[in-house]
Design a protein around this ligand. Structure first.
Ligand SMILES: Cc1ncc(C[n+]2csc(CCOP(=O)(O)OP(=O)(O)O)c2C)c(N)n1
Ligand SMILES: [Mg+2]
Length: 347
């Protein structure tokens, strides 16, 4: 983990070189936790690939993929879960986070196919968009950067109520260039709100590469301008993401906002509606896939003797079984009944 900038005198986030390659177990984690992460990663990736397949069959209208973002999403979620007092504002690319938080494959497929029983919005909204309060998750809008002001508002509320909650807000590199991001970060800093900003920097905002979005190379460097610490993390390394989030949560609760930038890869086009062959170099993309977190993390755990080959094989077979079941289940489900169209609306 490298620290981009720290201007906050009270900041004491340790600069820990955590990595999945090290031998010790990361603070607060058991070997069982790491085995469970392997299972989640394999399940999420199997699901993500199936969603795209179902889009090509005309059964899923639109999807954004988390392929390449899994270590960032699952690693940070794990830190939030271990903490036990976090409230999360993910964004549309956070399928891995939502599934690792407990959303079942059937619920996911109902959401992407827009069927009755969809858990976030009753199939009214973009997939997985809405409130999932039992899991302390809200994603109200796909408007880029809208989640930043919403999450800061939530953090203000929890501070006023004297709650120990730390709000975690996820967003992309493109979102970091929106005016709303500035407003949110500045406000959070002035009021020392318990909020952790996590930027999943995949170097693209749809087809716009990072160099055309900003002239500096790290989003985290912007934290200095707001007077709180910013960190750059290898977002393909789950342990690094876990550790940075763990420390970021602690800082947010004790001192105030922090920004962790996780450098990730977007292996798929922006959404199922996009064709990235028009703007992404295939060789560079293939090279990036050598560092696929869903391949790397399980093999590191295998190497370290934390997971066995039999367990990984079993996870793959089970993932396929669950995803097949979810696909059949959602395919056979009905869309919401037309008579319910005015449900949940204010008069
Ligand atoms: C306010 C607003 N402007 C434009 C869009 C269209 N749009 C949707 S996603 C996106 C790119 C966002 O990129 P980034 O924040 O890097 O997230 P990523 O999709 O790469 O994870 C844009 C411009 C939008 N949804 N909202
Ligand atoms: Mg991006």
């Amino acid at each position: 983990m490298t620290q981009a900038n720290v201007t906050d005198a009270e900041s004491d986030i340790a600069i820990t070189q955590a990595s999945g390659r090290q031998d010790d177990l990361p603070a607060g984690l058991t070997a069982d936790d790491l085995v469970e992460v392997c299972r989640q990663m394999i399940l999420v990736r199997t699901m993500d690939e199936r969603i795209w397949m179902m889009n090509r069959q005309g059964k899923v209208p639109i999807a954004a993929s988390s392929q390449g973002h899994e270590a960032a999403e699952i690693g940070s979620l794990l830190a939030a879960q271990k903490d036990g007092d976090c409230f999360l504002f993910p964004y549309y690319r956070d399928l891995a986070l939502k599934m690792a938080a407990g959303l079942t494959p059937r619920q996911v497929m109902l959401s992407f196919m827009g069927k009755e029983g969809e858990p976030y919005s009753g199939a009214r909204q973009f997939p997985l968009q809405g409130a999932d309060l039992p899991r302390n998750i809200i994603q109200i809008s796909n408007v880029v950067a809208a989640g930043l002001t919403q999450s800061v508002g939530y953090a203000l509320g929890s501070k006023m109520m004297g709650e120990p909650t730390v709000t975690i807000c996820y967003f992309g590199d493109g979102a970091s260039s929106q005016g709303e991001t500035h407003e949110a970060m500045n406000f959070a800093s002035i009021h020392r709100l318990p909020v952790l900003f996590i930027c999943e920097n995949n170097k693209y905002a749809i087809s716009t590469p990072l160099e055309s979005q900003m002239v500096i190379s790290d989003v985290a460097a912007r934290a200095e301008g707001y007077g709180f610490p910013g960190f750059v993390i290898d977002g393909l390394d789950l342990i690094a993401c876990y550790e940075a989030t763990r420390q970021g949560i602690d800082h947010a609760r004790r001192v105030g906002p922090a920004l962790v930038e996780m450098k990730v890869e977007r292996f798929m086009p922006h959404t199922t509606d996009d064709d990235d062959r028009r703007y992404r170099d295939r060789d560079a993309l293939d090279a990036a896939r050598q560092f696929d977190p869903v391949t790397m993390f399980p093999s590191q755990m295998l190497e370290r003797g934390i997971v066995t080959q039999e367990q990984l094989d079993e996870f793959r077979a089970d993932a396929l079984h669950q995803v097949n079941d979810a696909t059949d289940f959602a395919d056979a489900a009905e869309p919401p009944d037309a008579s319910t169209i005015y449900d949940h609306l204010y008069v």
